[in-house]
Ligand binder design. Structure first.
Ligand SMILES: N[C@@H](CCC(=O)N[C@@H](CS)C(=O)NCC(=O)O)C(=O)O
Length: 203
C-alpha cells in the first residue's frame, strides 16, 4: 500500500502514526506530496485534491482520514484497538476524534486564509474558525481529557495531539494552553510518544 502523505498535514500525521501503532509500517510506503505544490500527484490519487490518501493497489484508493484509520484498524497486525480502547466507547472515541479533526480543519482553513493579502481576508470566517477551535477545546477540557488520561492510546488521542501539534507549528500565536490547562498537561506527556516524535511537522 502507498500513503500519499504531507509532512505538515495533521490528518496525514494521524493516519501514519495509527498505521505504525497497528503494526503496519512495513506494509505501507510513504509518498510525500504537498497538496498545493504537488497538486498533480495528490489529485491523481484523490480527486478531492487532499492528503492523506491510501492507495491499496492501482485502482483502489481509500480517502478521508477517519475512513483510512478504520480501514487500517481492520487490517491491524497486532492486538491494538485504537477505536474502542478499554475505558472508552466507540462513540466517545469517535466524538473526540471528530472534534480533533474539526480543530485541525479550522486551523488549516485559518492558515490558508491568512496567506491571502490582508485586505482580502475574511474576518467573518477567521472569527468562525477561531471560535470553533475554542469551543471544541472547551468541550474536551471540561470532560474528555480526563478520560484520555486514563485510557490506553486511541485514535482520539492521536488525532488531538496531531491537531494541537499543527496549531503550534502554523499558528503559534494561538495560546490554547492558557484556557485549557488540563489539555496542556495531557499534551505535554503524550507528545513524548515515539511515533508522534517521529512525525513532528516540518516544511
Ligand atoms: N477530511 C479530510 C481532510 C484532509 C485535508 O483537509 N487535508 C489538507 C491538508 S492538511 C489538504 O490536503 N488540503 C488541500 C485542499 O483542501 O485543497 C481528511 O480527514 O482526510
Amino acid at each position: 500500500m502507498k500513503l500519499i502523505y504531507s509532512t505538515t498535514s495533521p490528518f496525514a500525521r494521524k493516519v501514519w502514526v495509527a498505521a505504525i501503532k497497528l503494526g503496519l509500517r512495513d506494509q505501507i510506503t510513504l509518498e510525500v506530496a504537498n497538496p498545493l505544490r504537488n497538486a498533480d500527484v495528490v489529485s491523481a490519487a484523490n480527486p478531492l485534491g487532499k492528503v492523506p490518501a491510501l492507495l491499496i493497489n492501482d485502482d483502489q484508493v481509500v480517502i478521508n482520514s477517519p475512513v483510512i484509520c478504520q480501514f487500517l484498524q481492520r487490517r491491524a497486525k497486532n492486538n491494538v484497538d485504537l477505536h474502542q480502547p478499554s475505558y472508552m466507547t466507540l462513540d466517545t472515541t469517535e466524538r473526540v476524534h471528530t472534534l480533533a479533526d474539526g480543530i485541525a480543519e479550522a486551523a488549516f482553513m485559518t492558515v490558508m486564509e491568512k496567506q491571502r493579502p490582508a485586505e482580502h481576508q475574511s474576518k467573518l470566517w477567521l472569527g468562525r474558525w477561531s471560535q470553533a477551535i475554542k469551543r471544541a477545546l472547551t468541550m474536551i477540557e471540561s470532560g474528555d481529557v480526563e478520560l484520555l488520561k486514563n485510557t490506553p492510546e486511541s485514535i482520539a488521542e492521536i488525532a488531538l495531539a496531531s491537531a494541537l501539534g499543527y496549531i503550534d507549528f502554523r499558528l503559534p500565536e494561538n495560546d490554547w494552553r492558557e484556557e485549557n490547562p488540563a489539555i496542556a498537561e495531557w499534551y505535554q506527556k503524550v507528545i513524548r510518544d515515539s511515533e508522534l516524535q517521529e512525525t513532528t511537522p516540518a516544511d
